[in-house]
Write a protein of this length. Structure first.
Length: 413
């Protein structure tokens, strides 16, 4: 059994796919398509697949995981059979090509093993709707089922031009049409699917995205933490925090503009990826570079450090308004005591009574920040306790893995 290291984790090499008429199994074969693969680096679907396979309890399920790559190797990791799908760099079409190539490989794998009964093809996101009728016919011939996670409203994202947005919306419609089951990680997304696509009578189930509240072992004197604080000119409890992708629909402009209206002596620390064009647009529209409290801190990939930065923030500000359950919001609720969330259905569904809410109306967030400044230490502790309790009760990975295994085995061979 040959092992090797991938993404700093140990995995077991497997032979390439081959015809195997002697293959025997009583396990439910579940093919996970649409994530970039495991071991997870970062990303919502990647973390989901990592946690689902790592936390597997049932011995009646075998997971197969498609992984975006530049080669075609196969390996076993977390008990799952992982296979690399080589994809050319073709811009926005890359994700579509990847999903189609991965699904084709999974179908071919099942055809080569006639003993596989009722396989599940679980496609994460709605990128290949126009081609789904073709794949659905092949899946049905295998006696398989198509499960789909509709994700969030990809067609609403500002980065896409009008033509691509129309494609994403059409693709979502056709994925819903052909799915045997839609697994929604947000109740608001589930309601939207049932309402907007009622003509297809979609069968849906709600299973939340997961998170944990493990606490942080990093000390206040840790060199990585103190260096990061020194570099950004801040200390514990001296900053409001944003963590997320640097895109328009996360409302950076509104947050920055509103923060600049306040008299707080605390900083606004923004941990995000680089997007020079968007940064220049924000400078022109807000003039934030004139306010020394606004600090763009780049990215932080070390998880213990990021957790400690969240934990030590005076408050977390969440401006996401597109998509379903957002992983960064779950992480904030599990670590930061005080959370200020944009008042949209997705965020209220997750935060409940454990957060303060703001709208995009002029002056509203500034007023919410001023309200946050007046809270007592005890009141902030209460918010933190509510937030962590909410994660523990509604979003534990262990419970979510149980629910998925229940769904995958419902019609097991």
């Amino acid at each position: 059994m040959e092992t090797f290291i991938i993404q700093n984790k140990e995995a077991v090499k497997l032979e390439r796919h081959k015809v195997n008429s002697g293959y025997r199994t009583k396990k439910r074969q579940v093919f996970l398509i649409g994530s970039k693969g495991i071991p997870a680096n970062y990303g919502g679907f990647e973390t989901f697949v990592e946690e689902l396979t790592k936390g597997q309890k049932s011995r009646r399920i075998r997971y197969h995981v498609a992984c975006l790559a530049k080669d075609s190797i196969r390996y076993e990791y977390n008990g799952a059979k992982c296979f690399h799908v080589k994809v050319p760099g073709i811009g926005p079409a890359k994700a579509v090509y990847y999903d189609m190539a991965a699904l084709s490989r999974c179908i071919k794998y099942c055809r080569a093993r006639p003993e596989i009964k009722k396989p599940v093809f679980y496609v994460l996101a709605c990128r290949i709707g126009p081609f789904m009728g073709h794949f659905k016919r092949k899946i049905k011939k295998l006696g398989g089922e198509l499960y789909v996670n509709p994700d969030g409203h990809e067609w609403k994202r500002a980065k896409w031009n009008a033509l691509i947005r129309r494609y994403w919306k059409l693709s979502e419609k056709l994925m819903v049409k052909h799915a045997d089951l839609l697994i929604c990680d947000s109740r608001n997304i589930e309601k939207y699917i049932k309402k907007d696509y009622k003509q297809y009578r979609p069968k849906t189930v709600f299973i939340a995205y997961g998170s944990d509240t493990p606490g942080c072992s990093m000390s206040a004197e840790d060199e990585n933490l103190t260096q990061w604080y020194g570099k950004n000119g801040i200390g514990a409890q001296e900053y409001y925090l944003i963590v997320g992708r640097f895109v328009q629909e996360n409302n950076y402009e509104t947050i920055i503009r509103e923060f600049m209206k306040t008299n707080t002596e605390k900083s606004l620390v923004i941990i995000t990826n680089e997007n020079k064009r968007f940064l220049q647009e924000l400078k022109k529209r807000t003039g934030f570079e004139k306010d020394p409290r606004i600090k763009f801190a780049g990215t932080v990939y070390e998880q213990e450090l990021l957790y400690k930065i969240r934990e030590n923030a005076y408050a977390y500000i969440h401006g996401h308004e597109v998509g379903g359950t957002n992983p960064s919001l779950l992480e904030a609720l599990g670590s930061t005591s005080l959370n200020l969330l944009l008042d949209v259905g997705f965020n209220r569904e997750v935060g409940g009574k454990a957060a303060l809410y703001w709208t995009k109306a002029e002056g509203n967030l500034a007023g919410t920040i001023e309200k946050a400044e007046k809270l007592t230490a005890k009141e902030i502790v209460v918010f933190g306790e509510k937030a962590k309790r909410r994660i523990a009760q509604e979003y534990r990975w262990e419970d979510i893995v149980d629910r998925y295994e229940e769904v995958f085995q419902k019609h097991s061979p």
